[in-house]
Design a protein around this ligand. Structure first.
Ligand SMILES: Nc1ncnc2c1ncn2[C@@H]1O[C@H](COP(=O)(O)OP(=O)(O)OP(=O)(O)O)[C@@H](O)[C@H]1O
Length: 365
């Protein structure tokens, strides 16, 4: 179990973060400048808190009251940064072996060949980092961190510099590592697609404080999880069942208790549970089901709240099955449709905005 309960003041910024996770994968999610990296650096031992403690499976990394501060190398944590930080003068193999060197001889439980196979980097072993693509460099960086057989693996925005295609290649690799090597992980990101797909527990940090905490479904259905300013980034996460494919058009039908959503691309085996991420700006509101439009994805719900913000409004809709959906609209449209708390409403979702990056299997860990 990872237990974090720390306070830190740097300049005028005050960080106070507390959470615990018995499962493997914790995501620290929040806007730029919210305090995610500081939290990660406190866990790695790069910086020392003013107050509090951090423990992993009963091992104390730091406890200010007890006067304990283990330096980074004694915590045995592996870190993967946005920039892979590989040693430029070493080959891929040497970089990986460097990681191995940090693993204590009696605890080399993670196998070199297995890591290479999972990450698909067998063909790259002789190359210097300068001859790798960004995605390949990140795979090697993950391999190097993993081969040190860490007690805890930390990721600081590991995919922030990669394009969507590379992200979609690397996400399943991180999933496999999570499931095959069972190393606890803490993953910093401001990308909702990544944290929903990977995490058991999401800790939402805002202005140095924990704003929400829970599994992907719970956290992103709560209005409080995302900041008010993030109107154009606001997303909802709905739990759906994969109903079947329309092979002719390359679409997948997703069933929600409030209606049907069509996704461009594949979404896992029929019958399986999945989570779909819907941006508030991809939802159109209507008083009645859409006729003669291109929209095929329609959910029915009740207006739960309306928050005005300048010319716009954020409409929160309660759907059957305890999911909430956010829709961004103009205040004018909200007035003209006569929307108010308790009204029935139809949410029309653009399938063209829902591709494979927006779907994640609802994993059980
Ligand atoms: N050494 C420092 N001295 C003063 N302020 C600092 C220091 N390090 C970080 N901060 C401030 O603390 C806040 C949180 O920083 P942090 O790097 O944790 O944010 P973040 O959530 O990781 O953001 P990003 O996603 O942009 O990396 C920021 O306002 C930052 O300017």
């Amino acid at each position: 179990m990872l237990e974090v309960n720390v306070a830190l003041k740097v300049g005028s910024f005050q960080l106070e973060v507390a959470f615990q996770n018995q499962k493997t994968f914790t995501a620290l999610f929040g806007q730029s400048g919210s305090g995610k990296s500081l939290t990660l650096n406190l866990i790695s031992g790069l910086i020392r808190p003013n107050e509090g403690f951090i423990r992993l499976d009963g091992v104390t990394f730091v406890d200010i009251n007890e006067g304990i501060f283990e330096p980074m190398h004694r915590r045995r944590v592996g870190v993967v940064f946005q920039d892979s930080n590989l040693f430029p003068h070493m080959s891929v193999r040497q970089n990986l072996l460097f990681g191995r060197w940090f693993a204590p001889k009696g605890d080399r439980r993670i196998d070199f060949d297995q890591v290479i196979e999972v990450l698909g980097i067998g063909k790259l072993l002789k190359r210097p980092p300068s001859r790798l693509s960004g995605g390949e460099r990140q795979r090697v960086a993950i391999g190097r961190a993993l081969l040190s057989c860490p007690r805890l693996l930390l990721f600081d925005e590991p995919m922030a510099a990669l394009d969507m295609e590379r992200k979609l290649e690397i996400l399943p690799l991180i999933e496999r590592i999570r499931d095959e090597f069972r190393v606890p992980m803490v993953y910093v990101s401001h990308a909702i697609e990544e944290v929903v797909r990977l995490a058991d527990l999401i800790v939402v940090i805002d202005a140095g404080k924990v704003k929400a905490i829970g599994g992907p479904g719970e956290v992103f259905s709560a209005a409080s999880a995302q900041s008010e300013e993030a109107r154009f980034d606001r997303s909802s996460v709905l739990t759906v069942r994969v109903a079947g494919e329309n092979a002719r058009y390359g679409l997948t039908e997703l069933k929600h208790s409030s209606g049907v959503i069509w996704l461009g691309g594949a979404a896992g085996p029929a019958g399986s549970e999945a989570r779909v991420i819907i941006k508030a700006t991809d939802v159109v509101l209507a008083n009645e089901p859409a006729h003669r439009t291109s929209v095929r994805s329609v959910l029915q719900g009740k207006v739960l709240s309306i928050h005005d913000s300048g010319p716009f409004a954020m409409v929160e809709i309660a759907l059957a099955g305890d999911n909430h959906l956010f829709a961004a609209a103009t205040r004018q449209a909200v007035d003209e449709l006569g929307l108010q708390k308790g009204c029935d409403v139809f949410a029309l979702i653009k399938t063209a905005a829902l591709d494979e990056a927006k779907i994640a299997p609802a994993h059980v860990s």
